[in-house]
Design a protein around this ligand. Structure first.
Ligand SMILES: NC(=O)c1ccc[n+]([C@@H]2O[C@H](COP(=O)([O-])OP(=O)(O)OC[C@H]3O[C@@H](n4cnc5c(N)ncnc54)[C@H](OP(=O)(O)O)[C@@H]3O)[C@@H](O)[C@H]2O)c1
Length: 345
């Protein structure tokens, strides 16, 4: 079976991809950092090479005899303090990995982009892969970094790299060891969110994202991007769903004007050297107030993905976080969830 070089294997998506590709019979080489947590990957028996995705020499060395490259490594922080690292890892890391893949003449490269690179709409309307890119003027740097990284990927494809791009929406489900997207759910349950603003987002289960990576290797059309997404919800509906599954009261709906004012005051606090609320700046508020809704028909049709319902991904997110000790079973509903057979969730 072909040798696959996988980046980001210690992450939420990369771990699920590593497990899925191993089950499908692929031989894996994992490019991880010396500091990457990889104990949970030991049972896969995959070869490991150490390197940063922005290190050209390490990445080029890792390409030896590789047939397929799957590039999931990226920095996902939405905080201002991480903006430079987020840009460098996503844009320069993608450039480094995919240029090395092209130079090595791999058969195919799969790049884990994001729905962020497809963009949002100011009104409640799902976008497909061909939508014109629009985002509010002020958004966290992550959003523009993912857009630019995908542009770089297509530039390298134009020079001969056989590329398939996947654009997942917000990823839920088991295995978020480093605090990526499932923190949205965990922080809400821990009472760290003041409520939901108007606006909407799309969600997908990490196991379906992994299945999409396998399908992209096997049957994805080179030169095509695929939105990977299950359901679209308003933020209020989504957090109401989470509240229902976690035995909590429905979230408060925060009016747009209040949210915008909160964001501006918070910016001023942070500008003035105070800690403020680093996840509620005016850029976060602007991002939250628009609609990141996806029409993922192409991935259903061409990659054959059958998406799990978001409610089940929420249950698995909560169950896994409690099993792993990131969340305490705070009430009867959560205790029930913890006691249930994981396979029935
Ligand atoms: N989670 C989502 O909702 C979502 C949605 C759409 C797209 N995506 C994209 O999917 C990708 C993976 O996201 P995730 O949620 O799985 O993130 P994650 O759990 O934070 O994992 C990120 C992975 O990238 C690795 N990495 C980061 N910087 C690196 C560097 N400089 N060199 C080598 N490896 C590096 C990390 O390794 P360490 O363990 O060493 O830090 C980790 O394995 C990202 O590109 C993200 O933009 C995520």
């Amino acid at each position: 079976m072909s040798l696959v070089l996988l980046t980001g294997a210690s992450g939420l998506i990369g771990t699920a991809v590593a497990e899925t590709l191993t089950r499908a019979g692929y031989k894996l080489r994992l490019l991880v950092r010396a500091t990457s947590p990889t104990e949970h990957l030991q049972h896969l028996g995959a070869e490991r090479v150490i390197g940063d995705v922005t290190d050209r020499a390490a990445v080029a060395a890792a390409m030896e005899n590789v047939a397929i490259v799957v590039h999931t490594a990226g920095a996902t922080s939405l905080r201002d303090k991480d903006a430079d690292r987020v840009w460098h890892t996503n844009v320069e890391g993608t450039r480094t990995v995919l240029e090395a893949a092209r130079a090595a003449g791999v058969e195919r490269a799969i790049y884990t982009s994001s729905q962020a690179a497809v963009g949002a709409a100011p009104e409640a309307r799902p976008l497909d892969e061909d939508a014109d890119w629009w985002v509010p003027r002020r958004v966290p740097r992550y959003i523009r970094a993912k857009r630019r990284a995908e542009e770089v990927a297509w530039e390298i494809a134009a020079q001969g790299l056989p590329l398939v791009v996947l654009n997942p929406s917000i990823v839920l489900g088991p295995g978020d060891r480093r605090g990526s997207s499932t923190l949205l759910v965990i922080n809400f349950v821990k009472g760290r969110m003041i409520g939901a603003t108007p606006g909407g987002a799309a969600y997908v289960d990490v196991r379906d994202v992994a299945a999409a990576h396998l399908a992209a290797i096997r049957q994805g059309a080179v030169g095509r991007r695929y939105l990977i997404s299950s359901e679209n919800h308003t933020l209020f509906d989504f957090y109401s769903l989470v509240a229902g599954e976690a035995g909590l009261p429905a979230p408060k709906l925060i009016p747009e004007l209040f949210a915008r004012a909160f964001g501006v005051i918070n910016d001023l606090l942070i500008y003035g050297g105070l800690e403020g609320f680093p996840d509620m700046t005016s850029a976060h508020v602007a991002m939250g107030l628009c609609y990141w809704w996806a029409n993922a028909e192409r991935s259903r049709r061409e990659l054959g993905i059958r998406y799990r319902p978001v409610r089940s991904s929420i249950r698995l997110t909560l169950r896994w976080a409690m099993d792993a000790g990131y969340l305490k079973p705070l009430n009867g509903k959560l205790k029930e969830l913890l006691a249930a057979e994981a396979t029935t969730l």
